[in-house]
Design a protein around this ligand. Structure first.
Ligand SMILES: Nc1ncnc2c1ncn2[C@@H]1O[C@H](COP(=O)(O)OP(=O)(O)OP(=O)(O)O)[C@@H](O)[C@H]1O
Length: 432
């Protein structure tokens, strides 16, 4: 009997719409590139957004973490450029721009987009992020050209200001990814200036997994009659709010189990070490509040006998760019291990095989919580997350549940080893 058509029924992140079913149709070279990458069926956000952007609509997209937003904007950018052929764009004719808040995320988008842009002869995509000398970037663009700019707002803005040779008159499409983060990282001025330099008759896509008032405002300022695309996951009943209306549609992925562990401040380190020693074969990301905390635990944890043999990698924004890239690449390639980081790694990063997200310090902003836990359970997979709370932070649980984040309680481990004296000894010897 022939196998039933459709995506793997176990993967509820995919629709039964194939990329080859979309209207207007994607071009054969893009469909071939999708097949080579193993992408056959669209996710809901792709099925709804790609046709809209390809038919001259502006979109404001709000979809869960790990739901495939990157391809939802990369494919339309490629198709829109293809339509302007022939002739191919001149070397300094900029046709499109993809803006995202961090260097790591911009670099990830650039690499996801590369196989699709390589189907367009003579189109040059350029990555522009902080941490590299602007003069080198400008010289490269002058000599080699740039038709698509991918980067962070600060660097993109600087290059646009300084490089007269860039011609934006035929500009077609602007994408603002992680729009709320772009704004709360203080890039409002650069975004406004970038918008003012682009032709008004363009398409704009605004993407995020979390919406804020500021995003609404940006949408009003930068988009023309946008179509709103909101994709939510159904939720499993959790805790005493199981039937609550607020939980009707979760803003976290379906395959994600979230727990909270309540304990006194002095017991937190021992609970963390206990958790890590129980999960030695797992791939884990731990979020701390500050760069100093990451440095501290990056010194202490590797020296504890209980964690011997575990790979622990620190990553924060005060590290040199080359060290940041190395840390991320090492963790990405590991089958198991621990990334100790700040929110520099909270958004958009697509790291394969992450089993657990640990929030040693809960973030103030529920949106940050959603992005952190979204580094696991991506595209229909299973994943788990745990947040450590102090007794005085108990209200955080209801606060999150009301924002459609379902959580379950986890018991503290009673026989966890007290690691504070050991940690103090280590830090006295080596310095934090
Ligand atoms: N149609 C598809 N079929 C199978 N896998 C896909 C499909 N689309 C995307 N993916 C994979 O899903 C993962 C998540 O995609 P992506 O990074 O675009 O998510 P996102 O919605 O941007 O997440 P975040 O909000 O965290 O940035 C990636 O590994 C990507 O390769």
């Amino acid at each position: 009997m022939a196998a039933a058509a459709g995506p793997d029924p176990a993967n509820r992140a995919l629709t039964s719409t194939r990329f080859s079913d979309l209207h207007p149709p994607l071009s054969p070279p893009v469909l071939d590139a999708l097949t080579r990458a193993g992408f056959d069926y669209c996710t809901p956000v792709q099925a709804s957004t790609i046709p809209l952007l390809c038919t001259h609509k502006d979109v404001a997209v709000d979809a869960a973490t790990g739901s495939g937003k990157t391809l939802a904007f990369v494919l339309p950018v490629v198709e829109i450029l293809r339509r302007s052929f022939p002739p191919p764009p001149k070397p300094h004719q900029v046709m499109g721009m993809i803006v995202s808040p961090t260097r790591e995320l911009s670099s990830q988008i650039y690499h996801v987009a590369q196989p699709f842009f390589s189907t367009l002869p003579s189109v040059r995509m350029v990555l522009l992020v902080g941490g590299f000398d602007i003069k080198t970037d400008m010289k490269r663009i002058e000599e080699e050209g740039a038709n698509i700019l991918v980067g962070t707002p600060g660097k993109l803005h600087d290059v646009m200001e300084r490089l007269d040779i860039l011609d934006f008159r035929s500009f077609e499409i602007l994408i603002l990814d992680e729009a709320d983060r772009l704004l709360d990282m203080g890039f409002q001025k650069q975004i406004t200036s970038i918008l003012s330099r682009l032709p008004k008759l363009r398409r704009t896509g605004l993407f995020s997994a979390t919406q804020t008032e500021a995003v609404e405002e940006l949408s009003r300022a930068g988009l023309r009659n946008p179509v709103r695309v909101e994709v939510r996951t159904e939720t499993k009943p959790v805790g005493n709010l199981a039937s609550s209306q607020e939980l009707a549609a979760s803003i976290t992925p379906l395959g994600l189990q979230i727990e909270y562990l309540e304990c006194e401040a002095e017991r937190k380190p021992s609970q963390l070490v206990d958790f890590l020693s129980e999960n030695m074969s797992k791939k884990i990301i731990i979020y701390f509040m500050t760069c100093a905390c990451v440095d501290y635990w990056g010194v202490v944890l590797p020296q504890l006998t209980a964690l011997k043999g575990n790979t622990l990698i620190p990553l924060h924004g005060k590290m040199k760019q080359s060290a940041r890239e190395k840390a991320l690449a090492s963790f990405t390639g590991l089958p198991s291990g621990v990334l100790l980081c700040t929110d520099v790694a909270a958004r958009g990063l697509d790291i394969p095989g992450v089993d657990w997200i640990v929030q040693y310090d809960p973030p103030q902003d529920p949106n940050v919580f959603v992005h952190r836990v979204g580094r696991t359970a991506r595209i229909g997979r299973q994943g788990s997350a745990i947040v450590f709370l102090l007794p005085k932070e108990e209200a955080y649980v209801d606060f999150l549940r009301l924002r459609r984040v379902p959580l379950q309680e986890r018991e503290c481990s009673s026989d966890a080893l007290d690691v504070i004296p050991l940690a103090n000894k280590i830090c006295c010897k080596t310095g934090p």
